[in-house]
Design a protein around this ligand. Structure first.
Ligand code: DAH
Length: 325
């Protein structure tokens, strides 16, 4: 049975509908009275819309009972009531992440999700970070009291991917895996820095691959994502897990921003360091590989012309609603 607030919302919406029909009368009203008539209608409409918004907010409050998280859990008890699916939609970042994943899949990559708690070995040691090396500071993140690490990048998955897919090399095939996931940095937030964001890693290993192959894959990915031809650039970078290491840039897509000639750094990449292959049980004299990792948020910001990364995690409903359509 509809609740009192739900009835009130229905009644207000009916009034709004009737009011909207009044606008059709404007054309029949003498010119000198039209302004006044229209103004009054607009005022009534604004008032009704405000009342509807307030009633809807009230309806949300009454339909979601607060959970008592300290109560003992009865696994056979009634499930708590959550908002129904038609009250929400997919987060815009997840919609874009799906797109990223399907592009990599169309290019023949397997997809493995990264994990949200990791350890010292996967975060640093397996990636050829020397003990006490200052490069560790570039990946400053958080730690749980037990010493687990919410990973600062999806590269923490490289060792796992290489070990798990080594059988492909033994079968004479290549390793091609993309790893999307949520990552965390201990940073001061501003319009371009968030403590929580998403990355996607790519890992490719074969007997003969080259940096040129990697640039071809990256160009294809970005051209598919932005649906247009792109100019790309690289500059030298440093990551302990690649040698050589590069920063990969694209020229801002003209279809989105007009011809700007401006280049944006989209990701870090390079040839996988022999020590990283060796650590995963792959012989670097026989095989070589390349890898890359870059932020999803940045990709989406450019595509949807957003200027503040903090909105994604902000739970600002207006922003999320506008973006999810
Ligand atoms: N993990 C690096 C970062 O978050 C980016 C990166 C650089 C990933 C080089 C890679 C790589 O796989 O090979 O800044």
């Amino acid at each position: 049975m509809p609740s009192v607030v739900e009835n009130k919302i229905a009644e207000l919406k009916a009034q709004l509908k009737a009011l909207n029909q009044e606008y059709a009368k404007i054309k029949d009203i003498p010119a000198e009275e039209r302004g006044d008539f229209g103004r009054k209608l607009n005022e009534k409409k604004q008032k009704l819309n405000a009342e509807i918004a307030a009633a809807e907010a009230e309806a949300l409050e009454v339909s979601v009972e607060p959970l008592d998280i300290t109560a003992p859990c009865d696994i056979n008890g009634e499930m708590p009531k959550f908002l129904t699916a038609d009250n929400g939609s997919k987060h815009p970042l997840m919609t874009e992440l799906d797109r990223v994943i399907s592009i990599y899949q169309s290019m023949g990559f397997d997809i493995v999700e990264s994990q949200q708690l990791d350890d010292e070995y996967h975060m640093f040691d397996s990636l050829n970070f020397a003990k006490e090396h200052p490069a560790r500071d570039n990946f400053d993140t958080f730690r749980t009291e037990e010493g687990f690490i919410p990973p600062a990048h999806t590269s923490t998955m490289q060792n796992r991917i290489l070990r798990a897919y080594k059988y492909k090399l033994d079968e004479g095939k290549n390793i091609a895996v993309a790893v999307p996931g949520r990552v965390y940095r201990n940073e001061d937030q501003d319009a371009t820095h968030e403590h929580t964001f998403y990355q996607c890693e790519g890992v490719y290993v074969s007997k003969t691959c080259t940096l040129g192959n990697m640039l071809g894959i990256l160009r294809e990915f970005f051209e598919k994502y932005y649906n247009q031809k792109l100019n790309i650039r690289t500059q030298p970078g440093f990551f302990p897990f690649t040698e050589p290491s590069l920063e990969f840039m694209i020229e801002k897509p003209a279809s989105l921003v007009g011809k700007s000639g401006e280049y944006l750094e989209m990701l870090g990449c390079g040839m996988i360091h022999p020590n990283v292959l060796k650590e995963a049980g792959i012989n670097p004299d026989e095989y070589c590989g390349f890898a890359w990792g870059g932020g999803i948020d940045r990709l989406v910001m450019l595509k949807r012309k957003l200027t503040d990364v903090r909105y994604f995690e902000s739970a600002k409903l207006d922003f999320l609603k506008e973006l999810s359509c």
